[in-house]
Design a protein around this ligand. Structure first.
Ligand SMILES: [Fe+2]
Ligand SMILES: [Fe+2]
Length: 174
């Protein structure tokens, strides 16, 4: 009865898993470049996508299906911050379109609970899109100085902490 829902839920699982991997990759590279604000945003978003995946998996098992834990796409080696934000914008927009469509399909199949789950995810993906889009605007408006300032703030904090580092590390600010 719920085969279609299980199929849609597993397609969502594959998409979320790709997002988790790519956002963690962006987090590592932003952290390495000292861009703390974006590094932290990518990490937080990766964690939220993982929690989406967990909700999808719970629902699949409740419907007596099995979770197919295979990412849709391989991680792309993107190191340029504008390109990272471009990827994130596109990925979130695609998730919004996909989950809206899935919610409609679940409604047509009289599966209200899965429909509600997809609608909840749309709300989160719209928020993610808004956050990445704001950052893209900042990078466009202020250029490289916006990113340089984040790196300088970290260096300043490290210098202020003294020779021991005072707990300020590459993973500060998360
Ligand atoms: Fe998600
Ligand atoms: Fe998202």
């Amino acid at each position: 009865m719920y085969e279609k829902s299980i199929e849609l839920l597993n397609r969502a699982v594959a998409d979320e898993l790709s997002a988790v991997h790519q956002y963690m990759y962006f987090h590592f590279h932003c952290d390495n470049q000292g861009i703390d604000l974006l590094s932290s945003l990518f990490k937080r978003t990766a964690i939220e996508e993982m929690l989406h995946l967990e909700r999808l998996a719970d629902r699949i098992l409740f419907l007596k299906g099995d979770v197919i834990l295979e990412a849709d796409d391989k991680v792309e080696s993107i190191h340029d911050v504008k390109a990272m934000l471009g990827w994130a914008d596109r990925s979130e927009q695609s998730a919004i379109r996909m989950y809206n469509q899935f919610a409609l399909e679940c409604a047509a199949n009289a599966d209200s609970a899965t429909k509600k789950l997809f609608e909840d995810l749309v709300m989160d993906e719209e928020r993610h899109y808004g956050q990445f889009d704001d950052e893209m605007e900042n990078v466009k408006r202020y250029g490289d100085s916006y990113l340089a300032q984040q790196a300088m703030e970290r260096s300043r904090a490290a210098a202020a902490a003294g020779p021991q580092g005072g707990g300020v590390s590459k993973t500060a600010g998360q």
